[in-house]
Design a protein around this ligand. Structure first.
Ligand SMILES: Nc1nc2c(c(=O)[nH]1)N[C@H]1C(S)=C(S)[C@@H](COP(=O)(O)O)O[C@H]1N2
Ligand SMILES: [Mo]
Length: 305
């Protein structure tokens, strides 16, 4: 895959180039210069494609993960995903689409621009991060594949390979992990298929080589290591909804006013905030309300959660 970065808002826009390429060193230098107070806003307006908060470190993003195919603990994916074969990687495209088939990943993504997007990421467990992704817009892929009239949803499946995914040797979930979006959600410009983070190829524990990122929804919608994309007229079955439909809906839009039956969703713990950091308020649609609320006009979001 080539690296045709289009000029989205990313660090390249908000940070001088030499700092962009060595942000770790830059942070140290700024702190030493007593300029730490300048950091949090990064100097740009939040237009929905960039979060104004400071991104989490590469270490935080890659050492604290949910990826049940490798185990249930946050440390398991980083510890156990190293043996996953991610090249070659094929993706099956089927359903109501003009160009179905089994694609090599490079062919699937060929010609689609890679964007830099700094997104807030909110897990349903009430922790959050800020992640600098690289990826293609799902809508660009869907346009390339040719969605047929009458299609209403897109379904996704994760790889099943228990030899390399030790968590799949037990029935912790009903494998494969499955997710889905309504077609208008899938076509929204915020919806990414991530191929990288911090301008490096996506680490295995984060869902290499291809994972969905839907920043206004709880993290479980952002399915990892995708091997199948199905365009359909019926709402796809989704893993956590199948596990417990009372606790996890199909939509899973971040909503501080609809609590999980077992805990509040009104606030969240930002990873890396330190032991004594205050919880911060959770934002409607994870802060992307202006961009996505219109998708849900007329819906009762307390019922369709
Ligand atoms: N295939 C698969 N995708 C998955 C999961 C999983 O267990 N398996 N966990 C989900 C959950 S609950 C979250 S919060 C995010 C975590 O992504 P991260 O580890 O990159 O932060 O991945 C989501 N995608
Ligand atoms: Mo999650």
């Amino acid at each position: 895959m080539d690296n045709k970065f289009v000029p989205d808002l990313g660090w390249a826009d908000v940070t001088p180039k030499h700092l962009f390429f060595s942000r770790r060193a830059a942070l140290g230098a700024l702190m030493a210069a007593g300029a730490g107070a300048m950091l949090p806003s990064m100097g740009v307006a939040d237009d929905g494609f960039i979060a104004t908060e400071t991104p989490n470190s590469f270490e935080e993003i890659t050492q604290y993960n949910n990826f049940y195919e490798f185990g249930l603990d946050k440390e398991d994916p980083a510890r156990l995903a190293g043996g996953l074969t991610i090249a070659p990687w094929q993706v099956q495209v089927d359903g109501m689409v003009d160009r179905p088939g089994v694609y090599e990943l490079a062919d699937l993504l060929d010609g689609l621009p890679v964007h830099n997007r700094i997104y807030r990421f909110r897990c349903v467990e009430a922790w959050s991060m800020v992640v600098p992704w690289n990826g293609i817009e799902l809508r660009a892929l869907l346009q390339k594949l040719g969605v047929q009239p009458g299609a209403r949803y897109v379904g996704f499946e994760t790889l099943v390979r228990p030899e390399e995914m030790p968590g799949q040797r037990r029935a912790a979930l009903d494998w494969p992990y499955r997710e889905g979006l309504r077609l208008d959600e899938a076509m929204h410009p915020l919806t990414l298929l991530a191929t990288g983070l911090y301008d490096a190829p996506l680490p295995r524990q984060n869902g290499a080589p291809l994972r969905l990122v839907v920043p206004w929804k709880y993290g479980f919608k952002s399915i990892k290591s995708v091997v199948r994309i199905t365009i359909t007229d019926a709402q796809p079955k989704t893993t956590w909804n199948m596990e417990n439909s009372r606790e996890y809906g199909f939509y899973a839009n971040v909503n501080p006013q609809v609590d999980h039956p077992r805990w509040s969703q009104a606030s969240e713990r930002r990873i890396g905030g330190g032991l004594f950091a205050r919880r911060q308020p959770t934002l409607p649609f994870n802060g992307y309300q202006a961009q996505v609320a219109s998708l849900y006009e007329g819906m009762d979001l307390t019922k369709e959660f």
